[in-house]
Ligand binder design. Structure first.
Ligand SMILES: [Mg+2]
Length: 186
């Protein structure tokens, strides 16, 4: 199985929330986080939505007001990522190829390669966001997918691996699994 080829510690998110609105960004700021890298599809909007609504606009306004460097880091294509990022006034990386490091490095370069510990990565998938973020040494928050139904075949494949990862985490590190409430992860 694929996950066996990667280190187990790379599948331990630092936190789990139901959605991005449940994240306490003031607390993150006080922890020393200065940079927010956030996934697009199924973290901010579902695949069948193309732009930001009022709630998402306020969400990004808040991040900017708190003084974070914000990047949308997406494996999706330029057209979709740019359309959304422009609307919320955020910088972005498209075709990021998470969990590989290249996309993250494109963002880090633009902000002068800060200490990875000052970066918080937020995303909905273990195989791309959690694995990628932990490999970079970021603080990683995993959230529920907004809408699983419209996911493409490769994401469905990743979800099957994700399910195995969650089963393994529960079996091998129950204390961690329970502390983050990962039994609720959708
Ligand atoms: Mg996603």
């Amino acid at each position: 199985m694929l996950e066996l080829f990667f280190k187990k510690k790379n599948f331990y998110p630092n936190d789990y929330k139901k959605n991005v609105f449940d994240i306490d960004f003031v607390k993150l700021k006080n922890m020393g986080i200065e940079n927010i890298f956030i996934d697009l599809d199924n973290t901010l909007i579902s695949y069948d939505i193309h732009t930001a609504d009022e709630k998402i606009l306020l969400f990004f306004n808040n991040l900017h007001q708190l003084g974070f460097n914000v990047f949308i880091i997406s494996n999706n294509k330029k057209d979709r990522v740019k359309l959304f990022a422009d609307k919320v006034n955020s910088r972005y990386v498209y075709s990021a190829q998470k969990p590989f490091k290249s996309g993250f490095k494109r963002a880090l370069k633009k902000i002068g390669y800060p200490n990875p510990k000052t970066v918080c990565l937020i995303g909905d998938q273990f195989m791309t966001d959690v694995l990628g973020g932990k490999r970079m040494g970021f603080y990683v928050i995993v959230v529920d997918a907004i809408k699983r139904k419209s996911e493409k075949w490769y994401t469905k494949f990743n979800r099957r691996l994700e399910k195995r990862i969650l089963i393994r985490l529960r079996r091998t590190d129950r204390e961690f699994f329970d502390r983050l409430n990962l039994h609720e992860k959708r």
